[in-house]
Design a protein around this ligand. Structure first.
Ligand SMILES: Nc1ncnc2c1ncn2[C@@H]1O[C@H](COP(=O)(O)OP(=O)(O)OP(=O)(O)O)[C@@H](O)[C@H]1O
Ligand SMILES: [Mg+2]
Length: 367
């Protein structure tokens, strides 16, 4: 089954700002965040520690009340409803039952069985015992734990605990699932299986997923769209395809790094990106023949990003960029995306970003 992403916005934040007061100091965790998550997509927010990711997700379901700005989920302006956290008013509680939340440390009650953990949100919603039990067993089946209903959290592996956490998040039949670092306490193999589960639920149930992570691999494996957060702001966002087609995009470079340094001065280094099964090899040799130049391949990689095959190659042409305007134009005419890596420019990319070895990417418009 294919996921269907529609243009209908399911989560929209506008000018979302959160300022915490800590020991008489103001800490701006969110600084005017405009986020748009479309129906049916898996949207990843990535950023370093302290960027404001958790603050964002906690403001989206009003666990935290934003300092200013608005949050609209599935057509309801949550910021207009009264209360917050445990003191949410009735309407906010009802709206929130349509938003599932998955936590990094699972947050299961150790004194309750797996089934009773899943039934908890249904008890709070006033669902009858028989219906609760039916629903809990159905959800356990959905997350692949049908035989562990009577077990206690202490008897489960991390991956199984997170499956219970996901089942519990789905109890209220949410339209939206929020996940804050759901896999960062898990080993790589378990991470993959949990991500696959989130992807399957997204497709089977048409569930919109907003996930927060600091791992690029998570974005790469499951996300349709992504945003990069820095210091409380979203500095880049778009579908994975759009990001990869944006020259100079930091997310694109980290989603799909290709490295290699120029072999000397007076060389032009360019990154060539191709989508699908368009092969670069013939184009490169054609380029070499047409302009009678020697081309070195400094680095190359093929990968699947957002379910699509992408290739990237870093090549070196003799001479400076001014001497290579025509060959670069030739590559672009072949429909390839070309980013020129300019070693002469001062690095405008922060030093910690990997991929381009501190070289700045010349921002040019690609047709
Ligand atoms: N309850 C709070 N009181 C005061 N400051 C807070 C509070 N929660 C978060 N902050 C501060 O707000 C900023 C953003 O924190 P946040 O937890 O949203 O970051 P994060 O991106 O989720 O980081 P991490 O990847 O480490 O989880 C940080 O400077 C943090 O110290
Ligand atoms: Mg966090």
């Amino acid at each position: 089954m294919h996921s269907t992403v529609t243009e209908t916005p399911v989560i929209t934040t506008t000018g979302l700002t959160k300022v915490y007061q800590s020991r008489g100091r103001d800490i701006t965790a969110l600084d005017g965040v405009d986020l748009h998550v479309r129906e049916g997509e898996v949207f990843g927010v990535i950023g370093r520690s302290g960027a404001g990711k958790s603050s964002l997700i906690r403001c989206v379901n009003l666990l935290e009340r934003p300092t200013s700005g608005s949050v609209v989920v599935d057509g309801t302006d949550l910021t207009a409803l009264a209360g917050r956290g445990n003191r949410a008013g009735r309407e906010l509680r009802r709206a929130r039952s349509r938003i599932g939340m998955v936590f990094q440390h699972f947050n299961l009650l150790s004194s309750r069985s797996v089934q009773d953990n899943i039934e908890l949100p249904l008890e709070i919603l006033g669902v009858s015992g028989a219906e609760r039990s039916r629903r809990a067993l159905e959800l356990l089946d959905l997350v692949g734990l049908a035989d562990r209903a009577k077990a206690y959290p202490g008897q489960l592996s991390g991956g199984q605990k997170q499956r219970v956490g996901i089942a519990r998040a789905l109890a209220g039949n949410p339209k939206v699932l929020l996940s804050d670092e759901a896999t960062s306490a898990l080993d790589p193999e378990t991470t993959r299986s949990i991500l696959q589960l989130l992807r399957d639920l997204n497709r089977q149930l048409g569930l919109t997923v907003l996930l927060i992570t600091h791992e690029m691999d998570v974005v790469k494996t499951v996300c349709d769209s992504a945003a990069l957060m820095k210091q409380g702001r979203i500095v880049e966002s778009g579908t994975v395809g759009e990001l990869l087609a944006t020259p100079g995009s930091e997310l694109a470079r980290e989603l799909f790094p290709v490295t290699g340094d120029a072999s000397g001065p007076e060389r032009t280094v360019v990154d060539v990106t191709f989508h699908g099964d368009a092969a670069t090899q013939p184009v490169i040799s054609q380029l070499s023949r047409t302009y009678n130049i020697d081309i070195s391949i400094l680095g190359a990689a093929m990968d699947t990003v957002g379910g699509k095959q992408i290739g990237r190659m870093r090549i070196e042409l003799p001479g400076r960029y001014e001497d290579n305007v025509v060959p670069v134009g030739f590559l672009r005419e072949q429909g390839l995306q070309v980013d020129v890596v300019d070693e002469d420019l001062p690095a405008e990319v922060p030093a910690q970003s990997n991929g381009a070895h501190g070289a700045a990417l010349v921002k040019e418009t690609v047709k």
